[in-house]
Design a protein around this ligand. Structure first.
Ligand code: UDP
Length: 320
């Protein structure tokens, strides 16, 4: 019997590449597409000789077709504040045009569909922790709006294809996720702190560090995706770790885990930086029987080797 075939857009990204690994392990053959704007082929190096895996360099902002697929996992999108600020227009395009094209593939082949959305849909939330029923507090014209509104549009387009065209869709709202394969220079807090700590530089805490985030290790996050993919839930589901830390606490954990002598340096807080973020995962618990297992300290330890190598590589390449 032929294996089911999955399409992963953004397959060369941090989460996309881990998802490809998980789908191959689940018995899918996988075609990953990516325009490599922020994704990296090195994330897929280990799959080069896997006969069940194929990579195609495709910009999904143009209509595309890789042949019959049974499942579309739409993960293409710059995802770090630095990346989506640099590539603001491309972020809006992939959230809109790219999403239509991914949905069109699912519609054409009668494939199931799961899209990566984000806790950024909640903006700077006035409800805490955030439940899926919360509509959010997003500045529609601020610097983060290119990402937040792109993803809110992605959700709207996905629900429209579900309602009007009966596409079998799912939406995962992802909360801060970290682990191996994160780009060291993508500006997100864990890679920044790990790089700084491993180099013995001061850790740059933005603002007074009292803003909070809740960090999920990548393997927990991917397990949540797989469970949602197998479910028949069409409305958004939060997948994230509800253990909440201030950014200052997070910096201290990184210093402990790396054994670094780095100190803290305070820098200006970026505009519209959410003050608090923590998922309410009651829905994922009850619907998917999913629960994150790896706490921040354990996840940082599991990521340490990767960040050490990446920091050494960057130094070897003579880059900052
Ligand atoms: N942050 C920080 N120092 C850094 C990078 C980020 O203090 O070097 C803060 C940032 O202001 C935010 C939090 O860490 O409050 C998480 O930032 P990140 O870019 O990882 O993702 P976000 O959750 O804001 O999308």
């Amino acid at each position: 019997m032929n294996k089911p075939r999955a399409l992963v857009t953004g397959g060369a990204g941090f989460l996309g590449s881990h998802l490809c690994d998980a789908l191959l392990a689940e018995g899918y053959s996988v075609v990953a597409v990516d325009n490599l704007l922020t994704g990296r082929l090195s994330n897929l190096d280990h799959l080069r000789n896997n006969s069940q895996f194929e990579f195609r360099k495709i910009d999904i902002n143009q209509p595309f077709d890789c042949g019959h697929v049974d499942y579309v996992f739409h993960f293409a999108c710059p995802a770090s504040p630095v990346d989506y600020t640099v590539h603001g227009v491309e972020t809006l395009q992939v959230g809109s045009l790219g999403t239509f094209h991914a949905l069109d593939v699912a519609r054409k082949y009668g494939a199931k569909y799961l899209v990566s959305s984000t806790s950024e849909c909640y903006g700077d939330p006035l409800e805490h922790p955030q439940k899926e029923s919360y509509w959010g507090n997003v500045n529609p014209i601020g610097p983060r709006s290119v990402y937040d509104e792109a993803k809110r549009f992605t959700e709207a387009a996905t629900m429209a294809y579900h309602r009007y065209y009966k596409v079998d869709t799912r939406i995962v709202r992802i909360f801060n996720t970290y682990g191996p394969r994160m780009q060291l220079n993508d500006g997100r807090v864990i890679p920044n702190f790990m790089k700084q700590a491993l180099r013995g530089e001061d850790l740059t805490v933005y603002g007074d560090g009292s803003q909070t985030r809740s960090f999920c290790y990548v393997s927990d996050e991917i397990e949540g995706f797989l469970r949602l993919a197998k479910s028949s839930e069409h409305l958004p589901v939060n997948i994230g770790n509800p253990n909440e830390f201030t950014i200052l606490e997070c910096a201290k954990r990184v210093i402990e885990v790396t054994g670094s002598k780095s100190k803290i340096e305070y820098k200006a807080l970026p505009q519209d930086d959410p003050k608090q973020r923590r998922p309410d995962i009651t829905k994922a618990r009850t619907l998917l029987d999913w629960e994150p297992k790896i706490d921040l300290e354990a996840g940082l330890k599991m990521s340490l080797e990767y960040f050490r190598l990446a920091t050494a590589e960057l130094a070897g390449a003579g880059k900052a």
